[in-house]
Design a protein around this ligand. Structure first.
Ligand code: SF4
Length: 341
């Protein structure tokens, strides 16, 4: 046994190795307790007291702490987590009208992509999160949910495909620990072609959402500086490979910024980008974040007529369109609003 190991970082096999020469069923028991949301070794009541005491002295159950909890009237709970070195990330529990729960997880402390419309992008980048730091967000949110969490969206802070190996491990842990299917997981990327191809080849084969925002390449470079450097043709080719390998419909996300990307030319460019792909377009009216500007002008929410006009243009072109509901605004936990300096 080695000291200080964080147990939420380990799968059953790794736990077994760590706990050797204890019999393997002990590793199974501990793994199962972790995913039944045990908050401490004391809660693992089917382990002998002497073993619980030994575990306490040798290992750490969680590596991070919940620093702040905000609950909104719409059933949304936002947790601010703190990890080693002071790295902070936020995780959000969403509840829909049918009382189904979704966990929105972060993969980085900050984000290097720097999208101008996103609070996380405005705070810069501290570091990638480790696998257990992603897993722990899910476990803490599970404790908040009155029923099992049914879906995971990796749409919190950070670009998932710039931290793919830890994300892969975290999703493997959570899905095996909770018996969740990868079909219940959606990873949202700003469009990193190498990462999409890596996922296509090596998994995790989740649902994939691409944050397109605009298919006007020159505008996209300005709105999403760290992502706009990849040509849309290259991203589209990688998405086609992913679709081919998984047989899954892709989601194209577009955050609508009032007066910036809501016009007919924007809709036409999006339709052209979608040609040849099997997609649904998710339209997300921008959620306000104070202080964010584009070319010196404060960003604004799109008007209802801008949103409706944009959606109509897409639908007239034969695209399937959904509109993101605005959960979480009360706790600044909605899309694009996460980030604590
Ligand atoms: S929108 Fe996503 S990729 Fe862009 S800065 Fe925010 S977290 Fe990063």
């Amino acid at each position: 046994m080695s000291g200080g190991t964080i147990l939420t970082a380990l799968d059953e096999g790794e736990l077994e190795e760590l706990l050797s020469p204890l019999p393997s069923f002990r590793a199974r028991q501990i793994f199962s307790w972790i995913y039944r949301n045990a908050a401490s070794f004391d809660e693992m009541t089917d382990l002998p007291l002497s073993l619980r005491n030994e575990l306490k002295t040798r290992f750490v159950l969680y590596g991070g702490l919940v620093r702040e909890r905000l609950a909104g009237r719409d059933g949304v709970v936002k947790l601010l987590m703190e990890f080693s070195g002071g790295a902070r990330a936020e995780a959000v529990l969403l509840r829909d009208g049918k009382d189904r729960f979704t966990a929105c997880l972060s993969v980085q402390a900050g984000c290097p992509v720097g999208c101008v419309f996103c609070k996380t992008g405005s705070i810069g980048f501290l570091r990638n999160l480790e696998a257990h730091e992603i897993t722990e967000q899910f476990l803490h949110l599970s404790r908040e949910a009155p029923a099992p969490i049914e879906n995971i969206v990796v749409m919190g802070m950070g670009e998932p495909l710039l931290n793919l190996a830890p994300l892969r491990k975290a999703l493997a842990l959570v899905t095996s620990g909770k018996g969740l299917s990868l079909r219940r997981v959606t990873v949202s990327t700003s469009g990193i072609p190498g990462g999409i191809l890596d996922m296509a080849e090596n998994g995790p084969k989740t649902r994939l959402a691409f944050s397109l925002t605009t298919a006007r390449e020159d505008l996209r470079r300005l709105l999403m500086p760290g992502a706009g450097k990849f040509p849309l043709s290259e991203i589209k080719a990688a998405l086609a490979v992913y679709q081919e390998k998984t047989g899954r419909r892709l989601t194209l996300e577009t955050v609508l910024l009032g007066g910036i990307n809501t016009g007919a030319p924007d809709a036409a460019a999006l339709r052209e980008f979608a040609e040849g792909l099997f997609v649904v377009v998710n339209v997300i009216p921008w959620n306000p974040v104070e202080g964010l500007c584009f070319e010196g002008t404060p960003l604004r929410e799109p008007s209802p007529s801008e949103v409706e006009g944009f959606i109509r243009c897409l639908e007239n072109g034969g695209l399937n369109v959904t509109r993101r509901y605005r959960k979480g605004r009360g706790v600044l936990g909605a899309c694009g609003q996460l980030g604590t300096r």
